[in-house]
Write a protein that binds this ligand. Sequence first.
Ligand SMILES: [Zn+2]
Length: 172
Amino acid sequence: MRDNQRQKVYNWEWTLKDPKLKTKLTLQQCQELVDKVWYRYKPNAKRSPVVQSGRGRGVAYNDTRITLGVPARNPHYVLHEVAHCLTCYGDLETHGPEFVRVLCDLLDWYSGTNYAPSARKAKVKVAGPDKVAKPIHLRQSKIDEAFKAMMALTIQERSAVTKMVREKTKEL
Ligand SMILES: [Zn+2]
């Protein structure tokens, strides 16, 4: 697997000193954080990656398992590994632009800081927001809009819409 900007990513991440990302977590809290992220991106998933005790830094095994040594049990490491789990499809580079985009989205979600500009400054390639999966909550405004529109209809009109949606999704 290609991994051309791995060292650049590590060097950039090393410069992030946000205390919110460095809080010590128990293994159980790491699992809870993984689950919280996982089901935002994959609300229909039957399972999430299992967090296990490991040695040294974090390691992600596809989207099934994450191992974390004691020094890696903090939000920053957890989000790094779960970003791997979310981008382990196709032939994406391990620490490629798509991975960095997801990681930046997760760091922003957790800490409230957008680190994408700092990554770019460190010459790390960051994919555009449309190149990767989005968590479900980013689409909430669309859902709210559709709900509002539906609520403005009469009962008969609403059931006509529901029928159309059902037929359309059957075609897909
Ligand atoms: Zn990594």
